[in-house]
Design a protein around this ligand. Structure first.
Ligand SMILES: [Zn+2]
Ligand SMILES: [Zn+2]
Length: 172
């Protein structure tokens, strides 16, 4: 018990500081450091302190495990709800406004996966059945997907920055 108190006194400040750092900075540019730190302090707590706790060491792990599972579940559900809400808000904007919010990475990912960059629906589905050309607009939300280059007439994915044939800027 004395050993536990002694170790606790050393590790607890680290743990509290770890939690504080995590809550405060996890979304900042240095978020990766905050993640590393919280993992380290939790590790130090469980392997440096908990084994010295008489009787309750075992139970404590289960309790913390359950708490973490529940907290993780709630966090994931809230994240998904926030994502759905953000998508719903986006769909209220016009196609032109939505097109402006699409980043280059999102454009590349949606082109690769054949998913609309705005509503995330798969637009390639009917293409597997017939050999139709790529759709000009998303079937689900109406966002423009493919269009002809104003300079050379090549059909491009309009969310890319430049025409694949002549390099003309596709989006402003
Ligand atoms: Zn769409
Ligand atoms: Zn072109």
């Amino acid at each position: 018990m004395k050993m536990f108190a002694l170790r606790m006194a050393v590790v607890l400040p680290f743990l509290l500081l770890g939690v504080f750092t995590f809550v405060r900075w996890r979304k900042s540019r240095y978020g990766a450091l905050a993640w590393g730190y919280i993992l380290f302090s939790v590790y130090a707590f469980f392997f440096g302190v908990v084994p010295y706790l008489p009787n309750f060491g075992g139970y404590l792990r289960y309790v913390v495990g359950i708490v973490l599972t529940v907290a993780g579940g709630i966090y994931a559900i809230r994240g998904m709800q926030a994502y759905a809400e953000r998508k719903r808000q986006e769909l209220l904007l016009t196609s032109a406004e939505r097109a402006k919010t699409i980043s280059e990475e999102a454009a590349v990912a949606s082109f690769r996966d054949h998913r609309c960059p705005s509503c995330d629906s798969n637009y390639a589905l009917p293409k597997m059945i017939s050999s139709e050309p790529e759709p000009s607009f998303c079937y689900h939300c109406g966002l423009q997907l493919y269009g002809t280059c104003a300079a050379c007439g090549t059909i491009n994915f309009v969310h890319f920055n430049h025409c694949k044939t002549c390099g003309t800027t596709l989006r402003s």
